[in-house]
Write a protein that binds this ligand. Structure first.
Ligand code: GAL
Length: 931
């Protein structure tokens, strides 16, 4: 915890802890968290919270949590926003598990070690794209409307908060930890119950939460926002997805509005609680298209417009790393296994051009201390109305921040004009250029280290004071003109080390004019100020810089593909860094020696005063072929153990069944994935049709056998979804009884395999959507009286409740490594139903490389789905013809020796060989990073 405070001190974000005389180990340093209309404060110092959303439950590998968190920190983020997923921790009422991949205490410790603030979001309801919106499926059988003060629901959620709140509480900044805010509920906007909203906050306080309580209001709309009245929170925030989610059309802009966060309370900072950082792929267009929809141009225009338009100082971008909805984590309606989200950090942990844009903005936002307290200010007037300006200024320093863009953000033209700019240091005519779909924040009247920046038409990346001088990185679009004006008492000496930069001094202002190209370098000294090294780059060259804080002050690194950490030890700078290719590394630090990932790097001193050396790249890796497959068949409803009699006649679900008994899987404690049904009856020989209904959520299906004979399959349905009219006959399938199958007076058996796709969310807080059943909804075979049994998953303590469903092979542990050897080769053809395949492979990637591996599906005809089990972990569901072909296999789950098992559920049988799959590398880095 002390590391956390030290890091924050270096960031200038908290006051230094007071020294104690005692030699005993210091207790974690407590801090005071406060706020006013401008910002959060820690021990009275203003905090710019630049945060991104990360879900531990979508990355089942704690060693990779650190990797992602380090990448987040390296881009200049000061915080992360974390949902905590009730259903992920609770397989049954009263049962909670925080071990292994569910060890959120470990997660919060990591954020402390890395100096990242946390916005803790434990719901109880959380995220629309995960099963049940984060509710455990057992809650569907509890009486009482979820997300209300109804006693049934209250008792259930109190159990969850009673477990998670104390964990969050002990990691608060007020106790020396990282949690700076606590989010009550999630977009609680319709069907609201203020008593519930009050009670969850009361419980948080009773459980020791003393940081500000916040909420994320939905959609920037006029729905309940909890800014006043009963249930109000201290800092109400706003969620905004201005680009909407149509990834199939990535060129559209601003489908859902202007995206400027509203101020909801006068006494609290403006909080952009979930600002769109990517998109769900409901159209199945592929996440690269979502990344385009929310790419760097969108980020420039919308994020910068929002910062200046709203004055927010609390930002969180949703998602920053999306990850994988592995196992049965997905909600059925809009998502699939990958939750890549088109985010800045890909599912395979790769850094994208969106990451670069985040870094450019984050370094700026967190370097410029005056940004934490601004009011709207008069904006400089452009000569050409085709350019729009808007400004804010810090009332104490008078520093101005001016947004420059097109009035209509969608405009694609390139305009050059002059601003009539009244800066704190005088009036100027300032040339600016705005390209299509671009925006800039220009600064005037700023104390840049020991310098005085009068104004610049370049944007500021960051600046540090290191080795007795200021080093500043400014940037602009490649080929655009830039001008930077600095004030000096007398003519300074100007030395252009690199690039084409013209300078003039008029007795008070040093004016530098240049074209942005590559990286120009200018050394300015004298003039009554400390020396300044000005680095004038482009978007691309600026993004190559990394700003790291060490205990001996900040340093800048130019090059590598990631700097995770920097330490100054005397005259030695030690970096932990990654490269994706061999190349140069340059450091601006008070150091004479450079060590990267534990290796000494030969360097030379450059005219810029930096150290320059070279680093190796990763060696190419060859992944093994997947061969030598073995096979096991799973006959329909096989095995006599583990069946539960299904004979209930009532249900807590508002959706009542078409026939009795109630066959909903949740009623019998089977909550996730596939379930088998067995219906036994005595035939009278006249039955013509098997009539079934199954509710599976979108994309589910079921397969039917009568006396072991395959009758066919049907798509599962949905019902009572508040988005759609109620369907009285959901997921209907009528199957003709083949002649001679049923004989009067003879026992008969119906076997049904239902693939349930997860549980609906509860955005509407009315139970109809969330408590929609899963499994059979109606079943009849003529007038036969059917005795039903159902069989679902067995518990998996290590992998948690969402790993496996109720396939026979899953119950037998066929998906787990080990067990008796699989001897059978795949047959030449298989019947419709469930076929299991297994192979093993070794992965011998170099220890000092981070290789991100995925399983790629090739083409094969037919209607089938495949459950991918890596070393027992269900890494997702491939659906033939579906949008996802690559399934990321995270390191940690992926080891040097691996067992890959595929469960193929096929509606039409066919080739007995396994579906075509191969291993692919989605990333390969030389690293000292993964610890
Ligand atoms: C918000 C919600 C998030 C997520 C997002 C869309 O409404 O709070 O959890 O569902 O929409 O991806």
């Amino acid at each position: 915890m002390r590391i956390f405070v030290a890091v924050l001190m270096l960031l200038g974000l908290v006051a230094a802890p007071t020294a104690t005389a005692s030699a005993a180990p210091a207790a974690p340093q407590a801090h005071h968290v406060g706020y006013d209309r401008y910002s959060l404060t820690v021990d009275g110092r203003r905090v710019l919270l630049w945060s991104g959303e990360f879900h531990y439950f979508r990355l089942p590998s704690p060693q990779l949590w650190r990797d992602v968190l380090e990448k987040i920190r390296a881009a200049g983020f000061t915080g992360v926003s974390l949902y905590f997923h009730w259903g992920y921790h609770s397989p049954a009422p009263g049962v909670y598990d925080f071990s292994g991949v569910r060890d959120v205490d470990r997660l919060l410790r990591m954020t402390e070690e890395l100096g990242l603030y946390v916005i803790a979001r434990p719901g109880p309801y959380i995220n629309a794209e995960t099963t049940g919106g984060g509710f455990p499926a057992w809650l569907k059988t509890v009486d009482g409307r979820a997300r209300s003060s109804d006693p049934g629901y209250t008792a259930a959620y109190r159990e969850w908060l009673g477990k998670i709140n104390p964990i969050i509480a002990r990691h608060q900044v007020t106790r020396g930890g990282s949690v700076i805010a606590y989010n009550a509920e999630n977009e609680y906007a319709v069907n609201v119950d203020p008593a519930y909203m009050t009670q969850i906050q009361q419980q948080a306080r009773a459980d020791g939460i003393d940081v500000p309580i916040v909420h994320n209001n939905c959609c920037n709309a006029d729905l309940a926002n909890w800014s006043s009245g009963p249930g109000a929170v201290q800092i109400p925030g706003v969620d905004d997805y201005p680009q909407a989610f149509n990834c199939a059309d990535p060129g559209t802009w601003g489908t859902w509005g202007e995206g400027v966060t509203r101020r909801l309370r006068d006494d609290a900072p403006v909080y952009a609680a979930e600002y769109q950082g990517g998109a769900i792929d409901s159209a199945g267009a592929g996440y690269d298209k979502c990344r385009e929809l929310t790419g760097p141009d969108y980020m420039k225009v919308y994020y910068k417009s929002n910062a200046i338009g709203s004055g927010a100082t609390m930002f969180s971008y949703y998602m920053l790393y999306g990850g994988t909805s592995w196992g049965w984590l997905p909600q059925p309606n809009d998502v699939y296994t990958s939750y890549d989200y088109g985010a800045a950090i890909t599912e395979s942990r790769g850094l994208t051009t969106k990451y670069d844009e985040f870094k450019r903005q984050a370094y700026f936002m967190t370097t410029m201390a005056p940004l934490t307290k601004t009011d709207p200010a008069a904006a400089p007037k452009p000569a050409d109305p085709a350019v729009f300006t808007q400004a804010r200024a810090n009332p104490d320093t008078r520093t101005q921040f001016v947004l420059v863009r097109h009035p209509d953000r969608r405009t694609d033209t390139d305009v050059t004009t002059t601003l009539d700019w009244s800066t704190p240091d005088g009036d100027y005519q300032v040339p600016v250029r705005v390209g299509g779909r671009d925006a800039k924040i220009l600064v005037a009247g700023y104390d840049l280290g020991g310098q005085r920046l009068v104004y610049s038409t370049s944007e500021i990346l960051t600046h540090v004071t290191t080795g007795g001088r200021d080093v500043a990185v400014l940037y602009g679009r490649e080929g655009e003109q830039g001008r930077t004006v600095l004030r000096y008492a007398s003519a300074p000496s100007v030395r252009v080390l690199d690039g084409d930069v013209r300078s003039s001094f008029d007795g008070k202002d040093l004016r530098l004019d240049y074209t942005h190209h590559g990286l120009a370098r200018v050394l300015v000294s004298g003039g009554g100020r400390p020396p300044l090294l000005l680095l004038l780059g482009t978007d691309e060259s600026a993004a190559r810089f990394w700003r790291m804080n060490t205990e001996a002050g900040p340093v800048l690194v130019n090059g590598t593909s990631l700097v995770r950490d920097a330490r100054l030890d005397g005259d030695r700078l030690a970096l932990r860094a990654d490269t994706d290719a061999a190349g140069e590394v340059e450091v601006f630090a008070p150091a004479r020696h450079l060590v990267v990932d534990g290796r000494y790097v030969a360097t030379r001193r450059t005219p810029s005063g930096s150290l320059l050396g070279s680093l190796p790249g990763p060696r190419a890796v060859t992944l093994p072929e997947l061969t030598d497959w073995r096979y096991r068949a799973e006959p329909p409803a096989t095995g006599d153990d583990g069946w539960t009699v299904a004979d209930k006649t009532t249900t807590a679900s508002p959706t009542k069944p078409k026939t009795l008994p109630v066959l909903y899987a949740d009623e019998y404690g089977y909550h996730y994935g596939n379930v088998w049904y067995r219906g036994d009856f005595v035939a009278d020989g006249t039955e013509k049709t098997v009539s079934l209904n199954a509710i599976t959520g979108k994309g589910g299906s079921y397969l039917v056998w009568l006396n072991g004979r395959y009758l066919g399959s049907a798509a599962g349905g949905t019902q009572a979804d508040s988005d759609a009219p109620v369907n009285p006959d959901p997921g209907r399938g009528d199957f003709a009884v083949p002649a001679g199958t049923l004989v009067k007076g003879q026992p008969a058996r119906l076997s049904v395999l239902v693939t349930n796709m997860g549980h609906n969310d509860d955005w509407t807080a009315d139970d109809t959507r969330f408590k929609q059943p899963r499994g059979l909804f109606g079943a009849s075979v003529g007038d036969a009286k059917i005795a039903w049994k159902i069989r679902g998953a067995v518990a998996d303590a290590e992998r948690g409740p969402l790993n496996a469903g109720g396939l026979y092979g899953e119950r037998q542990g066929w998906h787990l490594p080990g067990g008796p050897a699989w001897r059978d080769r795949p047959p030449s053809t298989v019947e419709p139903g469930v076929s299991w395949y297994r192979t093993g492979f070794r992965l011998d990637t170099p220890k000092d490389q981070d290789v991100s591996v995925a399983l790629r599906f090739g083409e094969r005809a037919g209607k089938y789905r495949v459950f991918v089990f890596l070393n027992g972990w269900n890494m997702g569901q491939y659906v033939s013809g579906g949008p996802q072909r690559d399934f990321v296999l995270p390191n940690g789950i992926l080891k040097s020796s691996n067992t890959l098992t595929l469960a193929v559920v096929s509606a039409d049988g066919g080739a007995g060989s396994p579906v075509p799959v191969s291993l692919v590398a989605l990333g390969n880095h030389w690293t000292g990073g993964l610890r």
